[in-house]
Design a protein around this ligand. Structure first.
Ligand code: FAD
Length: 544
C-alpha cells in the first residue's frame, strides 16, 4: 500500500547536537572541551535506532520475578529482557553511574555526567534508576570509610555485571536504597524495621535486620542502603544481597509492583528476616546519612523530568514538521506554533535550571555560594519541574494526535513515566515544605538564591518588580498552606533570570506569560504578537 502518512521517525538523530540550549548550559557550567566532544559522540549513540529499540523493548517486556527455582528453593531473582541489560551496559560503560568521581569539584565532570544522564534518559529512563542510585550511594557510604574503601572501587568500574554472585567476584557492583515502608515513605522516621547489633555493633559493625520495605527499586542491585530502627534510633545500613561466603542474605522479594509506567525498572516489595547489614555512620543518624544520597538522586529525578519534556517536545516538533493538515505543514499553523513555542520555552528553562544545579552540586564542596544556592535551588526545581513535565508531555502527545496515543509511539511511554518523578525522592508537598525548611534553617540559601536571580536585575522591569515582591515575601513567615505558591514564585523568577542572562530570545515569551500572566491556563496561549514561528522553530530537532 502507498505510504501516505509521509512521516518518518525521529531516530536516528543526535539529541545533544540537536539541543543548543543544553550545549550552551554544559559549557557555561564548566564541562571541558574533551567532555563536550564526548557528549556529541554519546548523543549519536543514544539517538541511534538501536538504542531507541532497546528503550522500547525494555519497557514492552517487563521484568519478571522468579521467587523459587524448580526444586522449590528460594532464589528471589528478577529476569529482565536483554534490551534492559543493553541499556544498563550503555550507561555503565559510559560511566554515568560514577565517572564524576574520577574528576574533582569544579572540573565540570559532574556537569558532563549530568548531561549524559539527560541524553540517555530521553530514550529510556527506567534503567537510569539504579544508575543514579549507584553513584548517589557514595557520598553516604563515605560516612563509613572502612565500608567505602571496600565498596567504592567495585562501584566505580565501568563494567556492567548482571550476575547475582558475591560482590567481590563481580567486575562491577550496583547499589540501591530501601527507605519506604507500608506505613509511609515521606515520614521515614516512622520506619518499623529493626536492626539489632551483633557483637556490640557501632559504626561499621554488623547488625541483623528484620522487617520490610514496601518499594525497593532495582532489586538485583548488589547491595542497598537501608533505614532501620537500631537501639539508638533510625540508622542507615549497608545490606548486601549476596554475602562474602556466597550465600544469599535473608532478603526476600515478595512481589514486583505493577506500575503505571517505569516498566523496565523492577520495583519490589522486600522483606528481611535477620538479614546481615553493616552500620553506616553513627546509630541514630540514619536520616543525616541517607540525605547525602537523596540529594544526588533528587537532582537526577529532576533531570529526568526535563529529559522527558525534551524528548516529547522534540518528537512532537519533528512530527509537525512533516505532518500536513488543511493544506500546510502543521508546524506552520499559527495556533500550533503557539503550542510548540510554549512547550519549548518551558523545556528550555528546565534545561537551564537542571544544568545550573549540576554545576552548583559539583562546586558546592569548594564554594559556599554554590552550596547555599544548590540547597534551595534543588528543592525549587524538584518541585516545579517534576510537576511541569506532566502537562508538557501530555500536550506534546496531543500534538501528534492519535498517533501519539498508541503504544508504538514513545510518547505513550513518556506520558506514563512522567508523573513518577513528582512522587519518588520526595512527593510534591514534601518538597514544597522542604523549601520552607531550607528558608527557615539556612537563611544563606534564600539569600544566595535571590542574589542569583538578581544577577539579571535591571534588564527587565517585570523581573525587577517580582524580585522586590519576592524579597518582601521572604521577609515574612510563609505558612505551610502557601508553600506551593511560594515555590512557583521562586521558580518563575529564577526562570526569568536565566532567560534574560542566557537565552534572551525566549525571555519575552517567558516573562510575559509566566510573570505578567498574559497567558491562559493551557499551553498554546502565549501572546500572539510574539515571534511564535521563531520560538517553535527552536523545538525542531536537527537530524543531519
Ligand atoms: C515506582 C516507584 C519506585 C520507588 N522506589 C523506591 C525505592 O527504590 N526505595 C524507596 O525507599 N522508596 C521507593 N519508592 C517510594 C517513594 O519514595 C515514595 O512513594 C514516596 O517517598 C512517597 O511516599 P508514600 O508513597 O509513602 O506517600 P506518603 O508519604 O503517604 O504521602 C502521600 C501524599 O501526602 C503528601 N504529604 C506527606 N506529608 C505531608 C505533609 N506534611 N503535608 C502535606 N502533604 C504531605 C505527599 O506529598 C504525598 O502526596 C518508590 C515509589 C515508586 C512509585
Amino acid at each position: 500500500m502507498e505510504n501516505i502518512a509521509l512521516v518518518t521517525p525521529l531516530e536516528p538523530y543526535n539529541p545533544y547536537v540537536s539541543d543548543p540550549v543544553l550545549q550552551r548550559a554544559v559549557e557555561r557550567e564548566g564541562a571541558s572541551e574533551t567532555d563536550r566532544s564526548s557528549l556529541a559522540l554519546f548523543g549519536a549513540e543514544v539517538g541511534s535506532e538501536e538504542t531507541f529499540s532497546w528503550g522500547a523493548d525494555a519497557n514492552r517486556y517487563s521484568p519478571e520475578l522468579v521467587t523459587h527455582n524448580r526444586f522449590g528453593d528460594r532464589i528471589d531473582e528478577v529476569r529482565y529482557h536483554p534490551a534492559y541489560h543493553q541499556m544498563m551496559n550503555l550507561s555503565v560503560t559510559n560511566g554515568i553511574h560514577s565517572a564524576h568521581y574520577d574528576g574533582s569539584p569544579g572540573d565540570g565532570s559532574y556537569v558532563a555526567r549530568t548531561a549524559q544522564m539527560h541524553l540517555v534518559s530521553q530514550i529510556e529512563v527506567g534503567h537510569a534508576c539504579p544508575i543514579s542510585m549507584t553513584g548517589a550511594v557514595l557520598p553516604a557510604l563515605r560516612e563509613q570509610p572502612d565500608l567505602a574503601s571496600v565498596w567504592e572501587p567495585r562501584i566505580r568500574t565501568r563494567s556492567y555485571d548482571q550476575r547475582l554472585i558475591e560482590p567481590s567476584l563481580k567486575t562491577g557492583n550496583l547499589l540501591g536504597m530501601g527507605l519506604t515502608e507500608k506505613q509511609g515513605g515521606s515520614d521515614v522516621r516512622a520506619n518499623t524495621s529493626t536492626a539489632m547489633p551483633v557483637n556490640g555493633g557501632g559504626p561499621g559493625g554488623e547488625y541483623r535486620l528484620t522487617g520490610h520495605k514496601w518499594f525497593t527499586s532495582a532489586p538485583m542491585c548488589d547491595a542497598f542502603l537501608v533505614l532501620a530502627q537500631a537501639p539508638a534510633g533510625i540508622s542507615c545500613f549497608l545490606v548486601p544481597r549476596v554475602l562474602d561466603d556466597g550465600s544469599r542474605n535473608s532478603l526476600f522479594l515478595m512481589r514486583l509492583k505493577d506500575k503505571v509506567g517505569n516498566r523496565s525498572n523492577a520495583s519490589s516489595e522486600l522483606e528481611f528476616t535477620d538479614a546481615a547489614g553493616w552500620l553506616v555512620g553513627e546509630e541514630g543518624r540514619g536520616i543525616q546519612v541517607i540525605i547525602k544520597m537523596v540529594n544526588a538522586t533528587r537532582l537526577d529525578v529532576t533531570n529526568w523530568s526535563v529529559a522527558l519534556m525534551r524528548q516529547s517536545v522534540s518528537q512532537a516538533a519533528w512530527y509537525l514538521m512533516q505532518r500536513e493538515a488543511f493544506g500546510a505543514k502543521l508546524i506552520d499553523k499559527p495556533l500550533m506554533q503557539n503550542v510548540v513555542a510554549d512547550l519549548e520555552v518551558e523545556t528550555e528553562v528546565g534545561t537551564m535550571m537542571v544544568m545550573r544545579l549540576a554545576g552548583a552540586y559539583e562546586r558546592g564542596p569548594i564554594d559556599d555560594h554554590e552550596a547555599a544556592f544548590g540547597r534551595l535551588g534543588l528543592a525549587v526545581a524538584k518541585y516545579w519541574l517534576t510537576k511541569r513535565s506532566s502537562p508538557v508531555v501530555r500536550e506534546a502527545l496531543e500534538c501528534v494526535g492519535g498517533n501519539g496515543y498508541v503504544e508504538e509511539s514513545i510518547l505513550a511511554r513518556l506520558y506514563r513515566e512522567v508523573p513518577l518523578n513528582s512522587i519518588w525522592e520526595g512527593a510534591g508537598n514534601v518538597i514544597a515544605l522542604d523549601v520552607l525548611r531550607a528558608l527557615q534553617r539556612s537563611p544563606d540559601a534564600g539569600e544566595a538564591f535571590v542574589n542569583e536571580i538578581a544577577l539579571a536585575a535591571g534588564s527587565d522591569r517585570t523581573l525587577d518588580r517580582e524580585i522586590a515582591r519576592l524579597r518582601q515575601t521572604l521577609a515574612t513567615t510563609v505558612s505551610e498552606a502557601d508553600a506551593r505558591r511560594l515555590v512557583e514564585q521562586l521558580a518563575h523568577c529564577w526562570g526569568a533570570s536565566l532567560c534574560l542572562r542566557y537565552e534572551p530570545a525566549i525571555a519575552d515569551a517567558y516573562i510575559r506569560s509566566r510573570l505578567d500572566r498574559e497567558w491562559g491556563s493551557e499551553f498554546g496561549s502565549l501572546p500572539s504578537e510574539l515571534d511564535l514561528a521563531g520560538l517553535a522553530q527552536r523545538a525542531c530537532p536537527v537530524t543531519e
